[in-house]
Design a protein around this ligand. Structure first.
Ligand SMILES: C[S@@+](CC[C@H](N)C(=O)[O-])C[C@H]1O[C@@H](n2cnc3c(N)ncnc32)[C@H](O)[C@@H]1O
Length: 795
């Protein structure tokens, strides 16, 4: 007896006894009683029924009664009934009862040695028979669960499915159908073609193909365009008729969604997941190339075959677009009908693609279900509920899991104003209203399931909705429970979708920039870069200067130095813009450094003078004079500040000449700094020489002053270094710096002369400096005169 025949006979004898899933957790007693009652029905009023009824009250007494049946029982026909079972099974019942499940060690050995397919097949047959006639054929004490796990393991090994997929089919199909289904997936489906009525008639096509040696027949009563090909001497995908677009190679079950959709002439129809166009071209031919047909698919490569199919088949009412179906309502809407032939796991087409048996897993099913739900909602939202001819949505998959089908449909029923309607298909199984984990809307039965083992077609699922309102209902609080498992998946999917959306928007923006304002955008970017570079440079300079200031402050402990530190911070806080801040900071820092140098020199000078005052009271006069000198210096410092402000204003007015003006400003600053220092030193010298004439005691102080000046000169080197760094950055010639260094090292007189020689040269460069210097000389003369008067008075 062949395996399929065997399974058929067993299932016929127990057709109603097999709907229990493999992992059902119903108590074994209840299951047993159900199984017994179902076998009794099929065995047509045998005496077993009586025995079973009697023994149901005693729990598991059936087997006992059977095994220890009395003679009376045998006479009453029990023997006959048992013989009937054994006849049907083709083996002795004792053989089943003696059957022992393999141990774990035996199974691992089997794995190592490589499974013997014949032995495996025998074991599958026996376990299946025992499960289908459990109370009669089971071995005493072995629970149903053990037989089920053994069967799963063996079927997986025999047919090559992974555990996940086999578990899914165990939950989906009754036991007596399961092996049939798995067997059907091992056989190739008949080749079918669809006549393109845009170009020919079925009878004409059939004649043409018959003439080429093709053995064919009309597909069935339900299709007026399908032909089934039994044999062919020519390749069906390369005949002249095929190339002329007279037919489409298409599986029979692929016709069904379009039969359900019922496209009409002059309608506006969307095929949301269209590539490679098998169904699109069928829709177009039913529309007779009228109206508008939009064929969408996000995969570009698949769209090329869609386009070529449309061309070959002479479709002229179709526009091909490339979108993610989930975005579609935003792209266009108001369709009379939408077909969503959704992407799926393909569990109905395993016969065509054996890799599905091991490639699918839990994660994949969750992901695809979330996509299917979103696509279906999107399809519904694209339909106009007020369409005069339609308002129809057909959802189809070539998959058979409840998750991808009934669950998705039930979700749409809850989320949108749609209801299920008859598909118009007279064959196939109804949708499953209750699965192992879920209950669905009772109207789910209106859906159609096409099973390969029942109709010798690819597995398919078809649901037909009608949309009765364009309003989108507000989400109910109960919806939280409905989607517990897929909730997180939904969130992840939405996040990904939102990311994609952002990407698309960004891309669009970039494209706009490129096309409209590319030059401007580039300029802005360059400006930004230069600004950031400037800021960095300024920050670095600031840091360097601050470090130097800190070092100087550590050396000097005076309060005045501390104050010098705090002041620029206040200034910084007040400035509004960062750029302005940095500019001001630079200036302030320069002023600071200048002041510090001067302060240091004056401090030491003060110290020296105080010592001298102790020695001689006459030095009091000199103190006062020095104070006046300091005031003058401060006044003169204000002049270069004004100059700086003026240059800043100019810079603001002309941003392109910023660099040049900055350089000039810095040169001017350096010049002005040097002038001020030189002037201060000159005055100090004059003052000291006069005092020496007055009093010989001051000779000591002279020497001390000389030392002080030397120190000042040394300290002046440090700001010179700072200037050098800044000047180096601005690529200035280092000649002047070298000169100044040398001058500082030489004696006072030499330095004075050189400074005098240099200052007019520098003054020549800038006319403003000339004016300022004239002003200062006048002031100095006045001041000198006033001092002389004072001294006379004092004398
Ligand atoms: C089962 S096939 C469609 C077959 C087609 N209807 C036919 O009859 O030739 C599923 C299609 O969905 C497309 N698809 C995948 N993701 C999609 C999405 N997010 N939006 C729209 N279509 C999608 C795939 O590219 C694939 O072509």
């Amino acid at each position: 007896m062949s395996k399929s025949n065997f399974f058929q006979e067993v299932s016929e004898s127990n057709s109603s006894a097999t709907s229990e899933s493999s992992s059902s957790e119903i108590s074994s007693q209840d299951q047993d009683s159900e199984m017994i009652s179902s076998t009794n029905q099929k065995l047509k009023e045998t005496e077993i029924e009586i025995i079973q009824e009697e023994n149901e009250e005693e729990g598991e007494g059936v087997e006992l009664e059977l095994s220890s049946g009395s003679d009376e029982d045998e006479e009453n026909g029990e023997d006959g009934s048992l013989s009937q079972i054994s006849d049907l099974l083709g083996t002795d019942i004792e053989e089943f009862q003696d059957f022992v499940l393999p141990t774990e060690e035996e199974l691992t050995l089997e794995k190592q040695m490589g499974a013997d397919l014949e032995k495996l097949r025998e074991r599958i047959n026996k376990v299946l028979s025992i499960l289908l006639n459990f109370n009669i054929l089971r071995k005493k004490g072995v629970p149903r669960k053990d037989y089920v796990t053994q069967l799963k393991y063996d079927l997986g090994m025999y047919y090559g499915y992974n555990e996940f997929l086999l578990g899914l089919f165990f939950d989906l199909l009754p036991l007596n159908e399961l092996v049939e289904f798995l067997e059907a997936n091992e056989k190739p489906r008949p080749v079918t073609i669809r006549t393109n009525t845009l170009k020919t008639r079925r009878s004409d096509l059939a004649k043409a193909l018959l003439n080429r040696g093709v053995n064919l027949d009309p597909l069935s009563k339900w299709s007026s365009v399908g032909l089934i090909i039994y044999e062919s001497q020519v390749p069906i995908g390369a005949t002249p008729e095929y190339l002329a677009g007279h037919y489409m190679l298409q599986s029979a079950s692929s016709f069904i969604p379009i039969v359900a959709l019922q496209p009409k002439e002059n309608e506006k129809i969307l095929d949301m997941c269209a590539a490679p166009g098998g169904k699109t071209t069928y829709i177009a031919q039913l529309m007779r190339n009228t109206g508008t047909l939009i064929a969408n698919d996000p995969q570009r490569e698949r769209l090329t075959s869609l386009v070529s199919n449309c061309h070959r088949m002479g479709v002229t009412n179709c526009t091909v677009v490339q979108y993610d179906g989930r975005q579609f309502p935003k792209v266009m809407g108001g369709f009379d009908r939408v077909l969503i032939d959704s992407p799926c796991l393909g569990l109905g087409v395993i016969a065509r693609d054996n890799s599905i048996k091991i490639s699918k897993n839990k994660d994949e099913i969750w992901k695809i279900v979330q996509l299917q739900k979103q696509l279906l909602l999107s399809a519904i939202d694209s339909v106009n509920a007020k369409s005069k001819t339609g308002g129809i949505i057909v959802y189809s998959t070539c998959s058979l899991s409840v998750e991808e089908n009934e669950w998705v449909v039930d979700y749409a029923l809850k989320k949108r104003n749609v209801k299920l309607v008859e598909t118009g298909i007279s064959f196939g199984d109804p949708g499953i209203p209750k699965s192992k984990y879920r209950r669905f809307h009772p109207s789910i039965k209106l859906c159609k399931r096409i099973y390969p083992h029942k109709l010798n077609m690819d597995g398919f699922f078809i649901a037909k909705f009608i949309k009765y309102s364009n309003e989108i209902p507000k989400p109910k609080t109960n919806d939280k429970n409905e989607n517990t498992n897929g909730k997180n998946q939904n969130k992840i999917q939405n996040k990904k979708y939102n990311k994609n959306k952002k990407n698309i928007n960004l891309n669009n923006l970039l494209i706009l920039n490129q096309s409209n304002n590319l030059d401007k955008a580039l300029k802005n970017k360059q400006q930004d870069k230069s600004q950031t570079n400037r800021k960095r440079k300024i920050e670095k300079l600031q840091e360097q200067k601050n470090k130097k200031i800190e070092k100087v402050n550590k050396k000097g402990k005076g309060k005045k130095e501390e104050n010098m530190k705090i002041e620029p911070k206040k200034n910084n806080e007040k400035s509004p813009n960062k750029e302005k801040k940095t500019k001001k900071n630079n200036k302030v820092e320069k002023n600071q450094s200048e002041k510090k140098i001067k302060n240091k020199s004056t401090k030491k000078e003060k110290k020296m003078y105080t010592k001298k005052n102790k020695d001689d009271k006459k030095l009091k006069q000199t103190k006062k004079e020095k104070k006046n000198v300091k005031k003058e210096i401060v006044k003169k410092q204000k002049i270069p500040k004004k100059e700086k402000k003026e240059t800043e204003k100019k810079n603001e007015k002309s941003p392109n000449k910023e660099k040049k003006t900055k350089k000039n400003n810095k040169v001017e600053k350096n010049q002005s700094e040097k002038k001020i220092k030189n002037k201060s030193t000159k005055k100090q010298k004059k003052m000291t020489t006069k005092k020496n004439k007055d009093d010989k005691k001051l000779k000591q102080t002279k020497k001390e002053k000389k030392n002080v000046k030397k120190e000042n000169v040394k300290k002046q080197k440090t700001p010179n270094k700072e200037k050098k760094e800044t000047e180096k950055n601005k690529k200035k010639s280092p000649k002047k710096e070298k000169k100044t260094q040398k001058n500082n090292k030489t004696k006072k007189n030499q330095s004075e002369k050189k400074i005098k020689n240099k200052s007019p040269k520098k003054e020549k460069k800038s006319p403003k400096d000339k004016k300022n210097s004239k002003k200062t000389t006048k002031k100095q003369k006045k001041e000198k005169q006033s001092r002389k008067k004072k001294r006379k008075n004092l004398k």
